[in-house]
Ligand binder design. Structure first.
Ligand code: ADP
Ligand code: MG
Length: 415
């Protein structure tokens, strides 16, 4: 037991059928039928290998893309190949989630065999629309098709999907209601590392918040500044553009249009509120960069123009952020400083990431794109910890409820 949740040490899994929920959601190359990144598969491989080596009959459940990320809504077949390579044993795949064929294959598993089911989001019950509209309780989730069909075939539920721990979906929260449950090794490690850093962060502790998926950003800033975990929050990406706008800076029509187009304007109030309360601790860019015909242009925030979208923090800003990070003893990063995928707008992210890697304290990087950037810059070994979750990390840091953690605790308490 750790944090009131069972670990793999608490169960003898030999001969047991174990339903193991992983988060191996990765960017897909549809044309080639392959994956563009395999970080998350590498992350959960030790858990799968351990279960198989200890003689469990391992049934893996995973989602890939979904209604919010339709371009990556895809079969888990390529994942089975990558995983087999990583664990050095066959990983069977069925193009079914919980129908008769999938159930037959589960029933036929022998000790040490591994079977990956197809994308659980092929079941409507697992889509985000379903989650946000219906808001089912774990007891109700236990009655969904996917859980009620699969749970009777299994002896144990293992959740290794820390990156999805902030979600409330049947395969994440429903099984723990009806089966003994445990967290997997990756889940345990991510939970432990983040809790430990957050419990006693070296000072100063600096949060870096950027990126484009910024729904949680201002909540997190508010919480970590209020409870004192962060001494300073430095901002980039769309988060910074939005904060500049609500603080009265003219960010230009193109950048403002982007915020409206992505339906992020509902965050204006939250942004304004957090600046009013903690403005002295939130650092905004003093210049931004746009790219015209492949040429980068750095512009002071007083002189931003309408025509071009600002897609990176400026050089002056990046250099000043880097100095703050080199002096930090704890760094949490979520969200790139700009569109780092293009060289002309990569300066901000590269400079900030390099400084986080150079700082002598602990640097934790979370989020799919943030981790991709870390690897692209060759800094993976120089950061303290790469967390597979972005949204989950932010949710955890902001102290918001984590439905999967709650479900696992509940399950352990009622056993
Ligand atoms: P993570 O996956 O690390 O949580 P996000 O998904 O929130 O990060 O954001 C990553 C994406 O944000 C990247 O693809 C990057 O190109 C984009 N991005 C960063 N800054 C900007 C910006 N100013 N305008 C538009 N897109 C941006
Ligand atoms: Mg992302």
């Amino acid at each position: 037991m750790k944090y009131g949740i069972h670990t793999l040490d608490d169960f003898d899994v030999r001969g047991k059928t174990v339903l193991c929920r992983v988060d191996i959601n990765q960017p897909v190359n549809r044309a080639a039928g392959t994956l563009n990144d395999t970080t998350r598969i590498e992350g959960c491989a030790p858990t799968v290998r351990e279960l198989a080596e200890r003689g469990a009959r391992v049934v893996l459940l995973a989602h890939q893309g979904g209604d919010l990320e339709y371009k990556n809504y895809y079969t888990t077949l390529p994942h089975s190949r990558v995983l087999a390579e990583l664990i050095g044993r066959p990983v069977a795949h069925v193009d079914d989630v919980c129908g008769p064929y999938a159930r037959m294959r589960i029933a036929e598993l022998r000790d040490g065999e591994v079977l990956l089911l197809d994308n659980v989001r092929f079941m409507g019950e697992e889509l985000t629309l379903f989650e946000t509209r219906l808001n089912l309780t774990p007891a109700q989730m236990a009655q969904t098709q996917v859980v009620s069909k699969l749970a009777p075939l299994a002896d144990l539920f293992v959740c290794d999907a820390f990156a999805a721990a902030h979600r409330s979906q049947p395969t994440l929260c429903g099984f723990a209601h009806v089966l003994p449950s445990a967290m997997g090794r990756l889940f345990e490690r991510e939970y432990t590392v983040i809790s430990d850093v957050l419990a006693a962060p070296g000072r100063p502790c600096v949060f870096v918040i950027g990126g484009a998926k910024i729904q949680e950003a201002f909540d997190v800033m508010n919480t970590v500044l209020k409870n004192g975990s962060a001494d300073k929050v430095i901002t980039g990406g769309v988060a910074a553009n939005l904060l500049l706008h609500v603080s009265g800076v003219h960010i230009g029509k193109a950048s403002l249009d982007y915020i409206y187009k992505k339906n992020l304007d509902y965050l204006f109030d939250a942004g304004k509120a957090v600046l009013e309360k903690f403005g002295d601790k939130i650092v905004l860019p003093t210049d931004l960069a746009c790219v015209q015909d492949g040429v980068r242009k750095d512009v002071p925030v007083g002189a931003l123009a309408d025509g071009e979208a600002y897609i990176d923090i400026g050089r002056q800003t990046a250099d000043s952020y880097a100095a703050m990070l080199r002096a930090a003893k704890t760094v949490f990063i979520n969200g790139p400083m700009g569109v780092f995928e293009e060289e002309a707008s990569a300066y901000g992210t590269r400079t900030v990431w390099q400084a986080a890697a150079d700082c002598t304290g602990m640097s934790v990087v979370g989020g799919g794109d943030s981790v991709t950037a870390t690897k692209a810059f060759g800094l993976a070994d120089k950061m303290g910890y790469l967390c597979t979750g972005g949204g989950a990390l932010l949710c955890f840091l902001s102290g918001n409820p984590m439905p999967v953690i709650d479900a696992l605790k509940q399950s352990a308490a009622s056993a």
